[in-house]
Design a protein around this ligand. Structure first.
Ligand SMILES: [Zn+2]
Length: 287
């Protein structure tokens, strides 16, 4: 009951993280997005529809835009819709420029260029609601990505943090075509596995999980049987699994196959990675 009230923005509380988690886990379980997938990356792909704290913020924003903003007081009482929205935006990573105008925190701005650079909720604003919701969704996805980069216990995150600082991670993320990524994830289980980091390379299965289906190979690559079967090797270096396109320059695309804005090779990258995952699976599960 509280969840449904909160989801429609009827009550003056923001849903707790636990409340969001229980609903989100229920929904992502139904979507079967893979054991070992990062919960933060699941939020990145599905959270705008299913992660309750975000959904509440979008609805609250929409309500104010449509009906209430003409009579809203910036310094409204605690727990009023205005104060709850201001708090939610602050927690998301926006700073107040002037009353009713917010900008993303300085370090996030590579992701918010041009029309995305500010949120304007003034009564006379000409900024379309759909653009505003797009900016809010984009910030939520950026926060999910940054949440992923804080999961330091994960091998993939440790690997990223060893080579790149937060500014470089944000810049690389700003180039991701999230709309195309979501569509590709919806259409392919293999794409979901690599996009949400649940795919394990032969080396990771051997070293990280003690899984050794290729008994005589240990952590070796089952294609060439010569090198260590890391994710980078099986996707981009193995001479017996040649990619139709060069390795992506964006390190997030290279690792997770996420499409890049305006990159003509996106489909070829995703197809190559998915085919590799499926061939590895077939080698482990011969007919
Ligand atoms: Zn190989």
């Amino acid at each position: 009951m509280v969840i449904s009230q909160a989801a429609f923005g009827w009550c003056g509380v923001n849903p707790t993280k636990d409340m969001g988690s229980s609903l989100f886990n229920m929904l992502t379980h139904a979507l079967d997005s893979g054991k070992g997938a990062s919960k933060e990356l699941r939020k990145l792909f599905y959270g705008c529809l299913t992660w309750l704290p975000w959904v509440v913020t979008f609805r609250r924003w929409g309500r104010m835009y449509r009906r209430e903003r003409c009579n809203l007081a910036w310094n409204a009482k605690a727990f009023s819709s205005v104060r709850m929205l201001r708090l939610a935006l602050k927690n998301l990573g926006f700073i107040t420029e002037t009353p009713w105008i917010w900008k993303p925190n300085l370090s996030y701005r590579p992701c918010f260029l041009g029309d995305d650079a500010l949120l304007d909720l003034r009564p006379n604003t000409h900024q379309p609601l759909e653009l505003q919701l797009h900016i809010l969704r984009k910030m939520c996805k950026l926060q999910a990505f940054l949440g992923f980069t804080r999961q330091r216990h994960r091998r993939d995150v440790a690997d990223l943090l060893e080579h790149y600082n937060e500014d470089e991670l944000i810049l690389a993320f700003s180039q991701i075509d999230l709309t195309k990524a979501r569509k590709a994830a919806e259409n392919s289980a293999s794409a979901r596995a690599v996009f949400m980091a649940s795919f394990l390379s032969p080396a990771a299965r051997y070293h990280g999980c003690g899984l050794e289906e290729f008994a005589e190979l240990e952590d070796g690559c089952p294609f060439c049987v010569a090198d260590c079967g890391t994710q980078h090797h099986v996707f981009w270096e193995c001479p017996f699994n040649t990619a139709p396109v060069p390795p992506p320059r964006n390190f997030l695309q290279k690792r997770f196959a996420w499409p890049i804005l305006g990159n003509p090779n996106n489909d070829a990258v995703i197809a190559h990675v998915c085919r590799t995952i499926e061939e590895l699976w077939l080698l482990r599960h011969p007919p």
